[in-house]
Design a protein around this ligand. Structure first.
Ligand SMILES: Cc1ncc(COP(=O)(O)O)c(C=O)c1O
Length: 447
């Protein structure tokens, strides 16, 4: 055999092995689905014949939402009108729905409030944390200057932009540090660190207990962004002593496009939570119309202005899907799904065509698999055309999100098989990159 024909022979041998593996994987998928304690949840979502692996960007529509929204619009708004602020519980919805999300984050009631976007909540949390650090371990307590803010060097961009602005406003220096390096880099100069629990690009799960403990040893506060972990894995905010946290509800919590975010403020910090956006909804007596600002006593301090009631109540209906669901079961299924998908990819996809940038180790893995792949934009365009919906991140990453409430093992097998079929005709030498740029513009854009 010449050197030229050797790779072709290897590819042919791989194709034969992959074909043989197919029946085996399909049978295993059926078995895993039959034994899945969450399999009944799939029927609670509006899905079609496509394999939807983009719930880490926009969760699927829960069946309960359309009817609830119709009722809110027709009855609560249409008939009760202004009375609904009290009679339909609109005014207290941010705290009520916060308490509904809290168990999924490992938080006791009274510490989570829903409203605004994640970006806005990052701003509130960071500035309030700097003020808190000054007071508790900084100059006001006879401590060091605490003149820097650390930010996860791989953070989702909005957190980085907002952190830079918060640093300018509070007169601090912003220092990007890799999440894994935070324990080594934190010092008595640090006021607060902002860290992403799961990296949006690679799916890496950062060490929330370890990083939080290291920050505390240095007298600094921890703010975690839970966008890619809430609803996918246990977070343990109370147990691990997290100070403040934020996250969105439109990914694994299925709240809908642009659904409101949440802010967690640890109960013991609430009396010192000095919001940089002290809107009238966070006043101790919002209807007293007092020209002087007096903050509310509890988590209401995290509110700003009038809540977005339609989105809030859609989210509340979406959260009904969590009834009777243990987040530990969700985590177990998420890991089993991502393990199975990776195994199928290894068996089906010719060696060298994709490289997983998602950690193998379970304790370092979130609920998505990210594969580096030449021509990723075109590959994802083709996958979508063949009914496998994931997304693509610059410059060459295919992302597949696994939402345990509605993703099946059969979905995982079909996605890996379709990927191999697409890779058989999309060139693997990167020559498709011009097409990739176009595909990105048409493809899903949210993260
Ligand atoms: C980690 C992370 N933080 C923040 C955001 C965006 O927040 P916002 O809802 O303000 O757009 C995202 C969006 O996907 C995200 O992945």
């Amino acid at each position: 055999m010449s050197e030229d024909t050797a790779p072709q022979a290897a590819d042919a041998a791989h194709a034969v092995a992959a074909a043989a593996a197919r029946d085996d994987f399909a049978a295993r998928a059926a078995e895993l689905d039959a034994g899945d304690p969450l399999s009944g949840k799939r029927a609670e979502f509006v899905l079609d014949e496509a394999v939807y692996l983009d719930g880490n960007s926009l969760g699927a529509l829960p069946q309960a939402v359309p009817e609830r929204l119709r009722e809110v619009v027709a009855h609560e708004w249409g008939e009760l009108r202004i009375r609904s602020w009290t009679e339909s519980g609109w005014w207290t919805a941010p705290e009520r729905i916060g308490d509904r999300i809290a168990p999924l984050l490992g938080a006791a009631p009274g510490q989570v409030v829903v409203g605004d976007s994640t970006s806005v909540n990052v701003f509130k949390a960071l500035v309030a944390a700097v003020r808190m650090a000054d007071e508790t371990t900084g100059p006001a307590a006879g401590g060091p200057a605490r003149d820097e803010i650390l930010v996860d060097a791989a953070t989702f961009p909005t957190d980085g932009y907002i952190a830079r602005s918060a640093a300018r406003l509070t007169g601090r220096t912003l220092r990007p540090v890799e999440a894994a390096r935070m324990p080594a880099e934190v010092s008595e100069r640090t006021a607060v660190a902002l860290v992403n629990h799961v990296d949006y690009r690679t799916g890496r799960l950062n060490d929330l207990p370890g990083v939080t403990a290291a920050l505390h040893r240095a007298g600094a506060l921890a703010v975690w962004d839970l966008c890619h972990s809430a609803g996918a894995l246990p977070v343990g905010l109370d147990a691990h002593g997290v100070d403040l946290a934020v996250g969105c509800t439109y990914k694994y919590l299925n709240g809908g496009p642009g659904s409101p975010a949440y802010l967690y403020v640890r109960a013991e910090h609430q009396p010192r939570f000095d919001s940089p956006l002290p809107g009238w909804n966070s006043h101790a007596d919002p209807f007293g119309m007092d020209p002087e600002y007096v903050p509310a006593a509890g988590i209401e301090r995290g509110r700003v202005g009038t809540p977005d009631i339609l989105s809030l109540l859609a989210l509340e209906a979406a959260l009904e899907a969590w009834e009777g669901v243990a987040i530990e079961d969700v985590r177990a299924k998420s890991l089993a799904l991502t393990d199975f998908f990776l195994e199928c990819v290894r068996a089906y996809v010719p060696r060298g065509r994709v490289r997983s940038v998602t950690p193998e180790a379970h304790h370092e893995r979130g609920s998505q698999v990210a594969l580096e792949c030449a021509g990723a934009g075109e590959v994802m365009g083709e996958l979508i055309r063949h009914g496998v919906i994931g997304d693509f991140r610059h410059p060459d990453v295919l992302r597949f999100g696994f939402t345990p409430l509605y993703t099946s093992f059969a979905d995982a097998e079909r996605a890996a098989r379709t990927l191999a079929e697409v890779l058989a005709y999309v060139p693997g030498d990167g020559s498709a990159s011009a097409v990739a740029a176009g595909a990105q513009e048409q493809g899903p854009v949210m993260t």
